[in-house]
Design a protein around this ligand. Structure first.
Ligand SMILES: [Zn+2]
Length: 231
């Protein structure tokens, strides 16, 4: 049961379309100037109480990686030994490649992605999610909620956005994320299956009627809004 829940969480976080969103490590973080570097530690925050972190120790022929993923109360840890090979660069130097850990792949790569309980190449990371066959509107909703998380907003189509940007975020990033979210939610609305669209329209109509009915009372109490439906 616990495993299933973890899998759902991973899929929610990473089945969002582009591999650029997936935590990853690159060979040059571990190896530079033709030699293994010191231990590498990295952490990716994935919203409230959720993160992925990696600690990697590069050696001549392998890199030992320990990954921790936390999603609220769920904690997952795994370790992998990544195979390392070298190619000559000019007469005096060499370059390291890190190998995909997916079974039957072994592609030598510059970058590996942390997916489920493995470190894999771009192709293996992509294939995994393409095979999910998640409906387009669902993928769009997940992308939108992920953007909402970065903006510090509640999940859910049409839920209010904060008027101030999260602490430490650049204004340009905030504006870009707001724009991306607007575009994503517009796409989501367009992708909604007709049956859901009718349900949403009926729900909005009921809310509108309720708001009218309660208008006088709301004005008296100073409250003025009704929460957006959670889709
Ligand atoms: Zn691969």
């Amino acid at each position: 049961m616990r495993r299933t829940q973890e899998q759902i969480e991973w899929d929610e976080l990473f089945a969002v379309g582009s591999v650029e969103d997936i935590p990853s490590i690159v060979a040059t973080d571990l190896y530079s100037k033709g030699a293994p570097q010191g231990r590498l530690s990295r952490r990716w925050s994935l919203g409230d109480d959720a993160y992925v972190s990696i600690s990697a120790r590069p050696e001549e022929q392998r890199a030992t990686c320990s990954v921790t993923a936390k999603f609220g109360p769920d904690l997952m840890r795994f370790s992998r030994n990544i195979e390392v090979t070298w190619t000559r660069v000019g007469r005096a130097s060499r370059r390291a490649w890190i190998h995909c850990g997916a079974m039957g792949c072994d592609r030598k790569c510059h970058r590996l992605y942390i997916v489920a309980n493995n470190l894999v190449c771009r192709q293996c990371a992509g294939l995994r999610y393409e095979s999910k066959n998640r409906p387009a509107h669902d993928r769009s909703r997940v992308r939108a909620d992920k953007l909402r998380g970065r903006l510090g907003a509640e999940p859910g189509f049409g839920a209010p956005l904060p008027s101030i940007k999260p602490k430490g975020m650049h204004r340009s990033t905030f504006d870009r994320l707001c724009h991306d979210l607007y575009e994503e939610e517009r796409r989501f609305a367009e992708l909604l299956p007709p049956v859901v669209e009718r349900q949403v329209a009926a729900l909005l109509k009921r809310l509108e009627a309720l708001e009218k009915k309660q208008g006088a009372a709301l004005r008296l109490s100073g409250s003025s809004s009704i929460a957006a439906p959670d889709l």
